[in-house]
Design a protein around this ligand. Structure first.
Ligand code: URP
Ligand code: ZN
Ligand code: ZN
Length: 479
């Protein structure tokens, strides 16, 4: 069975052109003019539409066990919701509990993800350290195609990575040719501020952003960047939400350091006023970390995209329903942190980025797909419409309109942070592994059809700190 997409305009990161696309056996087989349909082919007439690489969301948390509960969206519902919005691949996170064997955690997540309907891969979090973790990192890179390790600098008393863990893990990642990623918030400061604010009598969701001011993120981003610089390991800062951390990334990049920044669709479009909503359910539904910020930070983040200092867009899709958020009714510190967005990321970015003229369609493709594929070393298998690439494609109707709502979305959560937002430009069809899985509002997914995607280690552009060369350097002595 094959799929022929006719009469559309292909939009890649580097160029746009009119051509038909023939997909079969999971791959793009042919790109050209007037391709004739093989017998039995499903034909999509994409006249007036754009044919783009399927979105890659490099930051999701399906079925995440977190803060005393488990995220309501699992790998089946979450990847299906992604397909409905044009996202054809996720990179999720294996997060071992402290002292949990990391291979055991990895296999646990692999089991949970068997039901995915779209392709997926895993970053693995380093939440503790000993010789087994050191050895298991190598197994993950060499045997299981993991090329990125995550470090939560927040969530003290749970999964927080101390400086000692960062130092050990960054050094090990460098040896293995892997990239390090960080959730940059100073967890000691957050814990101290949370308690202080709670003791002042601020117990509701409005306490959440107060306990995580922008400087807390800026400090952690700067520290992670400095540590990465000493070792010479590439660093990817997830969910950059403040101008302080963006400035740290920009400074490092200007100095020649290999640092990447990710921004969430939510942080670009939602501001901190949501935490002042008198309706507890709504305010608590927005509790995520880092929190939504003041408008000046949003402006900075859009500029970070335009300047190229932020390269990827993600959602940090971590769904907790109203009844789960209710745990924090009298104590914001225990509200499960997380918000949804996988289904809406591409349309809100198109609407607010392309329709407003901030960036063009090719830049949109970079931001939603190609850059993530390149940074995480799966390009050109993913992230491009090219012969031989995986046939993961979104057909995009620039004239389609919709009003986003929890009542109509496919995400398994009873709240949508973009509720009521009207967008123009949406996925009309999504193709995953050469099969039409979403067409004009209807999902046609197959449980378990998603494949695990190996991400090979990087080539040896890593120039680690050469300790012996440093020792051998002639020393000048100030007298
Ligand atoms: O609030 C969030 N972001 N929850 C998911 C875990 C994380 O920090 O990414
Ligand atoms: Zn995070
Ligand atoms: Zn996250």
């Amino acid at each position: 069975m094959s799929v022929l997409i006719k009469n559309g305009t292909i939009v890649n990161a580097d160029q746009s052109f009119q051509a038909d696309v023939l997909c079969a056996d999971g791959k793009i087989q042919e790109i050209g003019s007037n391709i004739s349909a093989p017998s039995g082919a499903e034909i999509i007439d994409a006249a007036g539409q754009y044919v783009m690489p399927g979105g890659i969301d490099p930051h999701t948390h399906m079925q995440l066990p977190f803060m005393g509960t488990v995220a309501s969206e699992d790998f089946y519902t979450g990847t299906a919701a992604g397909l409905a919005g044009g996202t054809t691949m996720i990179i999720d996170f294996v997060i071992p509990a402290p002292q949990q064997n990391i291979m055991e955690a990895y296999h646990q997540w692999r089991e949970w993800s068997q039901k995915a309907v779209a392709d997926y891969s895993f970053h693995v979090a380093i939440t503790w350290w000993d010789e087994t973790v050191h050895a298991d990192m190598q197994t993950l890179v060499e045997k299981y195609g993991v090329n990125s390790f995550k470090h939560f600098m927040a969530y003290k008393g749970a999964i927080m990575a101390t400086d000692e863990i960062l130092v050990n893990s960054f050094n090990r990642a460098l040896e293995l040719g892997a990239i390090c990623t960080v959730h940059a918030e100073n967890g000691d400061m957050v814990a101290q501020l949370q308690n202080k604010i709670f003791e002042m009598g601020i117990t509701g969701p409005e306490g959440h952003p107060l306990s995580r001011p922008p400087e807390v993120e800026g400090e952690a981003a700067s520290r992670a960047i400095s540590i990465a610089n000493v070792y010479g390991v590439p660093l990817y800062v997830v969910h950059v939400s403040t101008k302080q951390s963006l400035e740290a990334i920009t400074r490092a990049r200007n100095a020649g350091q290999k640092v990447f920044g990710e921004v969430l669709a939510g942080h670009l479009l939602i501001d901190e006023s949501v935490y002042l909503d008198k309706n507890f359910e709504s305010a608590a539904a927005h509790v995520m970390s880092p929190p939504f910020r003041a408008k000046e930070h949003q402006d900075a983040l859009w500029k970070g995209i335009l300047s190229g200092n932020l390269q990827t867009t993600a959602t940090d899709h971590a769904c907790f329903c109203n009844d789960q958020k209710a745990a924090g009714k009298d104590d914001f510190r225990i509200t499960p942190n997380g918000t949804a967005g996988i289904e809406n990321r591409m349309e809100v970015l198109w609407h607010h980025g392309v329709n407003t003229g901030l960036f063009n369609m090719n830049e949109f493709v970079k931001l939603t797909s190609t850059n993530a594929a390149q940074i995480f070393n799966i390009y050109p298998r993913k992230g491009t419409i090219s012969v031989g690439a995986d046939a993961d494609i979104v057909v995009w109707d620039p004239e389609a309109t919709k009003t986003i709502s929890a009542k109509t979305h496919h995400q398994n959560i009873d709240f949508n942070i973009f509720e009521g937002m009207k967008v123009k430009g949406c996925a009309s069809h999504t193709i995953s592994a050469a099969k039409v899985v979403y067409a004009n509002g209807e999902l046609k997914v197959e449980r378990g059809a998603g494949k695990y995607i190996d991400r090979p280690a990087y080539a040896s552009f890593y120039q680690g700190l050469d300790v012996q060369a440093e020792i051998n350097k002639p020393k000048s002595v100030n007298r």
